[in-house]
Every structure is written in C-alpha cells, then in structure tokens.
Design a protein around this ligand. Sequence first.
Ligand SMILES: Cc1ncc(COP(=O)(O)O)c(C=O)c1O
Length: 394
Amino acid sequence: MEYDFDRIVERRGTGSFKWDTNQERFGRDDLIPFWVADMDFASPQPVTEAMKRRLEHPVYGYSARDDDYFSAVTGWLSSRHNWQVKREWLAFSPPGVIQAIHILINILTRPGDSVVVQTPAYSPLLNVVTGNGRVLVKNSLKESGGRYMIDFDDLEEKIDSAVSPSLLLFCSPHNPSGRVWDREELVRLSAICSKRDIFVISDEIHADFVFPGKSHLPYGSLSDEALQKSITCISASKTFNISGLQLATLVIADAEIRERYEKAVDVAQLNLDNIFGEVALKAAYTECEEWLDHLLVYLKGNLDMLTAFISEHLPAVKVNRPEGTYLVWLDFRALGLSSAEINRLLVERAGVALYEGREFGEDRDGFFRMNIACPRPLLKEGLTRIGEALSGYL
Ligand SMILES: Cc1ncc(COP(=O)(O)O)c(C=O)c1O
C-alpha cells in the first residue's frame, strides 16, 4: 500500500496544542511548531475507519475493554518487541502514562523518599516527583562523542547517598537524547537497582520509534528479576498519533502492586477507557504495523535530510543523532549565544518554535529539542528559515 507522509494536513483551528497555542506560548501564532511530541501526519486509515464505524452507533455510554483489546496489546508486544506478556499483568491508565506514574509514585514511595530520574528528562517526569513531595535525585547522563550514556558511577553514588531511595523513573528509548539503550546498559542498570532494592518504572512510550540498526528491549523482558521489580508503561498514543484519545497500558507483573494500583484507579474512577481510545487502539495494534514500518522509513529520511542540511548550512550546530524517537537534540553552543538569544532568533526571525534545553530539567543552555515528525516539505521550510535566521552567527 502507498502512504503519503508528504501530505500537509492543516491543523490550525482544530484545537491543537501544538498549532493553536503558540500565541500564548511564544507570542506569535504563525510559527511552524517543532516543540511538543505529537506528529503532523494523519493517523493510519484503519484507525479512522474503526472510529467512524463506532461513531455510527449513536450511543456513547461507558465502555469496557473486551478480549480483543487485551489480545491487541499482548499481540503487539509479542510481534513488535518479542515480549510475551500475560493478560493478567496488564493494567491501564485512560488519561496517559504520566497520570499512571503519578498514582504509582504514591503507591511505591512515601513523602520524603528519593526518586532518581536521569537528566536531561521529559519535564513531567521531574514534576511528578517534586509535585508529589518526593526528593528528586538527578542522575545526569554523560555525553561522549555526541552519544548520551548512563553515568553508572554517578548513579550508584547518588543512590547510596540519597534519603530512602526506592524508585528510578527510567525513560527508554530516552527523550530527549534519542538513545535506545543496549542490552549491556540495561543489564548493568538492573543489577545496580536490584542490589539496592530500587524499583524501576520504565517509561517506554517511544518504544515503537527505533531507527535501523537498533532494537528496543523492554526493561521487563530482561529477566524475571527485572520483570518483578519494574512496571513498564507503553502506549499507542505516540506511535499512531492518537495522544488526544488519551490511553496508556502498564505491565505490572507483581500481583500485589497491581492490585494496589487497580484499587487506586478504582477510587479515582479512572478505570473506564475513552470509547474511541479503545476502538483506535485495537485497530492500531492489529491493522497498522505496515503503516508504522513505512513511517519509520520516512522519519529516517527526515533525519537524514536534517543532518545533511545542518552539516551544509549550519555547521556550527551539533546534531546528536537519535537512535530512536522522532526527537532531535541539537547543540547550538558553538554559536556563543545564550539560549534566550537563540530562542529569540528562532521565534522572531525564523518563525519556528523548538523546545529549549532548560525544559528538560538541567542547565542545558544552548541545547534545543526539535520534533521532526512532520511532512518533509514542512521540515525543509523550517530548516531553511533557521539557516537564514542564524546565517550571520556562524
Ligand atoms: C517520555 C514521555 N513520557 C510520557 C509522555 C506523555 O505521555 P502521556 O500523554 O501518555 O501522559 C511523553 C510525551 O511526550 C514522553 O515523551
């Protein structure tokens, strides 16, 4: 089948977080947005068709997950990630991954406990720790030759000197660095956590976006020990561009923790999925694998184009080439300008919006994150404008 990822879908005026909030966020509503992580592609057709069919039935009352829902999730984890997950391990979070982590932090830790997060990090992963009155312990990733690595020595030291450390919020593949962790790294991480009795929540929302040459290894698939001492969060939301439908799935093998999670979800009455989220997930996980394969080829093309453009027109900007995700971590430090100044040039001169490095919880002055999941003509337009806006500074 042919897929037209070059097609520009007008998203302005659709209540889009990415396209319709730029005036309040950046002071201009005519920017090309490359900040928040959703894609500018139409969702796959089987997803739209399934929702249309459901829409035809005029009753939209409370919905319940059926057998097909469970088998769609376990089937996807098996076929795509070679992970055999039992149906009873699955738990859900209708709103999303972060809301699930918010509940889990309250189940797995007590106020004042330390929670480790590797930085730079997707900021809600930091806020969910501090916002719940837990102590945030940052294990900063170290960069080596444009590749971010886990600083294991720092991790051990930080855990050993923290006040009641009990939890690590892990991001795999990693946003914003784009790292797809190798088996050796995961095994070493798991050994460190196991030795110190640290439970792991592995946020694998970007698991389906992996570039050729790498493969994503679910943390819970490493070993029985890793499985029992972790919760893995996955979602069809990023993969099939359905984040507005709000859904997420958790793999919780420990029966007692799962029961406590389900009780908390029940108390908050968060156990019922959005009817369209449910329909979309089933279609996505069972009918759209080929669409995803084509999308990944297209995203690789976008990444190659960005890399070639930057090396030709913006040689002072360093591209941290991602191994997964559709997010590119760019280093503008060689320009010798502050982040605020670069941001001003990007917004006012180039008319584009990127995420500043400081959004990721650390002093990453001079770094920006760019979302490249958009039709290539749009990406090209954005890059051309960035090239022109910064030309006097190279
Ligand atoms: C690492 C990571 N976790 C979670 C989320 C958000 O997930 P949800 O919308 O399901 O809360 C994002 C979105 O960008 C993300 O990058």
